[in-house]
Design a protein around this ligand. Structure first.
Ligand SMILES: *[C@@H]1O[C@H](CO)[C@@H](O)[C@H](O)[C@H]1NC(C)=O
Ligand SMILES: *[C@@H]1O[C@H](CO)[C@@H](O)[C@H](O)[C@H]1NC(C)=O
Length: 271
């Protein structure tokens, strides 16, 4: 296992574990394991939603792609290590975990390590991920797997951005001290682009023209060499690549989501 397992735990670490820890000891909290075409998502919600059909508050906690889903949960081999690790972050002994099928219920119940309770319900109509809420005005939109998976991607892009944001904002201090730039409210993309410009002076770095004011650009260019030893070129470049990729996925997935939602709404009015 070694490296792979360690990487996986790092991926799930920090933010997820921190959030999970703060959710301990809340008896009304129920977990939901949802399968999407390429992976699994874990949601949490308040159990009172079953009493009040309309008061739905469902939160996407984690989405993970699985290369081999049949190894993740399988009636002969049981629960795979990867999926078990993912569940263990969120779900503690005795807590409720809902799954979408009788088969999954049996596999998870048989797992000696997890010992969670189970529930089963038609999950489709309660799946309204955060992003989705913004996009639909229609309360009873039929949610399908594609919508859930797309929402999971969007969640993941946001997650990545949040994760990098903390580290990047550690440079606020230098930007203020060296260039008099107050970057505390800059979004992650603006900040990483500024840092990339600083660490690669003279290079053409693409960004929307409205991202920086001319004063900001001037200061960034003028002071670039004063940031030596303060900002790490390689780290900034890696984060920049990561975020640029994530932004383009996000744009594409948002467009796709719009399409899926419109299709679902259209389908609905035809019926
Ligand atoms: C369970 O795992 C076995 C062995 O890896 C595999 O042959 C089988 O297709 C899997 N079952 C399902 C339902 O995916
Ligand atoms: C930077 O801007 C934020 C918000 O505009 C403000 O709250 C903060 O005090 C500013 N920091 C400095 C050092 O001026």
């Amino acid at each position: 296992m070694g490296r792979r397992k360690q990487q996986r735990q790092e991926a799930a670490d920090d933010d997820d574990v921190y959030v999970a820890r703060n959710l301990r000891g809340m008896p009304w909290l129920v977990w939901l394991l949802f399968e999407t075409p390429s992976g699994f998502a874990i949601f949490s919600f308040n159990s009172y939603i079953f009493e009040e059909e309309n008061a739905i508050e469902l939160w996407l906690k984690q989405f993970q792609k699985f290369e081999d889903k049949s190894a993740a949960i399988n009636c002969t081999t049981g629960l795979g290590e990867e999926l078990r690790d993912m569940l263990k972050i969120w779900c503690r002994r005795g807590e409720k975990l809902m799954v979408g099928s009788q088969e999954y219920k049996e596999i998870i119940e048989a797992d000696q390590e997890l010992k969670v309770m189970w529930g089963i319900k038609n999950l489709m109509h309660i799946l309204v991920p955060e992003e989705q809420k913004v996009l639909t005005k229609e309360e009873r939109l039929p949610i399908n797997n594609d919508i859930v998976e797309t929402a999971c991607y969007l969640y993941h892009c946001d997650f990545l951005e949040k994760r990098h944001s903390k580290g990047l904002h550690m440079s606020d201090y230098h930007l203020l001290k060296i260039s008099g730039l107050n970057s505390s409210e800059w979004d992650t993309m603006k900040l990483v682009t500024a840092l990339k410009k600083i660490t690669r002076p003279g290079e053409e770095i693409e960004h929307p023209p409205e991202m920086f004011s001319s004063d900001e650009l001037l200061k960034i260019e003028k002071d670039a060499d004063k940031y030596k030893d303060k900002i790490y070129k390689t780290a900034v470049s890696e984060i920049w690549n990561d975020l640029v990729c994530s932004y383009s996925i996000k744009k594409e997935k948002l467009r796709h989501m719009q399409f899926l939602v419109e299709a679902a709404e259209g389908g609905q009015s035809n019926w």
